[in-house]
Design a protein around this ligand. Structure first.
Ligand SMILES: NC(=O)c1ccc[n+]([C@@H]2O[C@H](COP(=O)([O-])OP(=O)(O)OC[C@H]3O[C@@H](n4cnc5c(N)ncnc54)[C@H](OP(=O)(O)O)[C@@H]3O)[C@@H](O)[C@H]2O)c1
Length: 315
């Protein structure tokens, strides 16, 4: 891979896409391609294909998706299902049409069964029932992986599927209803502090465990995957589709997470949990030893990364 290669980052304004753009720029990539959603809705393959008809793409990062936390997922199942399937179908058809040299497909740890051996290995895919609250999102992502598999097996298209754990970072969606757990709790605690409340109410029991990765670390795993030599991939996976978990081994209970956020925001009120609301999967720590053995390791310690995200909000 050369810094003159043309890299299309789909979803460049999002949490992950923006971190990928920042990293590629920092590494000297000069030909980054981005398309605003206002101009082309990625669900519309015909428009997308027409837009790129005279443009070359060497590499593609699929960081466009309909993503969100437990409430967003469970209240908008149809949209999470259709939008993700339509975006990934369109982008993968484009990869085939343009003979893109390597595509990075982003899945999620939600694709794995609700009850499975921890840490979760890539081989647990489709070995059990999914968590109900995000099953439409998970099934859409699994359909994407299966399409990647078909394109790899039938057309020799070079695709790597990454399964990141929960991502956090500066460019997150801080909506307290639709956001993921970290930004949603930050916003709720900020609000409680601003309104001088003596307590903050959070969802679930606080007992589930979550593993977190900073968007900058995920971006480094994406660049690492774009660059892995073909012969190394072939040695590891033969002609099978490479699927790699991307985690950090840094796991906390939601209660501990809320305590850390309160501490960094200097909120001294009580943290209360609404035990009637859903918890989601209890634990989904990934086994990331495969990508670690290939040579990628995370860099950002969770408490440091979280503190930085909160400091960034204050500025
Ligand atoms: N965040 C996590 O915790 C997490 C964990 C595991 C895996 N992932 C995966 O990582 C990838 C990136 O997630 P993220 O957290 O960065 O999501 P995000 O912040 O919501 O960003 C998604 C981006 O996709 C764009 N997009 C959505 N629908 C589109 C459409 N129809 N046409 C064009 N652009 C569209 C959005 O554009 P607008 O901003 O204009 O809407 C946004 O910029 C996703 O595949 C997600 O499943 C995320």
């Amino acid at each position: 891979m050369k810094t003159s290669d043309r890299v299309f980052v789909a979803g460049h304004n999002g949490l992950v896409g923006s971190a990928v753009i920042d990293l590629l720029k920092k590494k000297g990539f000069k030909n980054l391609i981005t398309v605003e959603k206002k101009k082309i809705d990625l669900r519309n393959y015909n428009k997308l294909e027409y837009y790129f008809r005279k443009k070359k793409i060497d590499y593609m990062v699929m960081s466009a998706a309909r993503a969100g936390g437990i409430i967003a997922n469970s209240r908008n199942q149809k949209d999470f299902f259709l939008e993700n399937i339509e975006i990934q179908n369109s982008l993968l058809k484009l990869a085939l049409k343009k003979k893109i040299k390597r595509t990075i497909f982003l899945g999620t740890s939600c694709i794995y069964p609700k009850f499975t051996k921890i840490p979760i290995k890539e081989s647990s895919l489709l070995s059990g029932k999914l968590e109900k609250t995000n099953q439409c999102y998970a099934i859409a992502k699994i359909a994407g992986i299966k399409l990647c598999e078909a394109l790899k097996e039938d057309y020799k298209l070079d695709i790597i599927c990454l399964m990141p754990t929960n991502v956090y970072g500066n460019n997150d969606n801080f909506n307290k209803v639709n956001g993921h757990v970290i930004p949603a709790i930050i916003t709720k605690v900020e609000e409680a502090k601003r309104e001088k409340k003596k307590k903050v109410n959070l969802l679930g029991t606080g007992k589930p465990l979550r593993e977190f990765i900073h968007a900058e670390d995920l971006a480094s795993a994406i660049l690492f995957s774009l660059k892995i030599k073909k012969k190394i991939i072939q040695k590891q996976f033969g002609y099978k589709l490479p699927i790699l978990n991307v985690g950090t081994n840094q796991e906390f209970t939601i209660k501990k997470l809320a305590e850390l956020i309160s501490k960094y925001l200097s909120f001294n009120g009580k943290i209360l949990f609404d035990k009637k609301s859903p918890d989601g999967t209890f634990r989904k720590k990934l086994d990331s030893s495969l990508i670690n053995k290939l040579g990628w390791l995370p860099n950002i310690h969770f408490k440091y990364g979280l503190k930085k995200v909160i400091e960034n909000r204050k500025n």
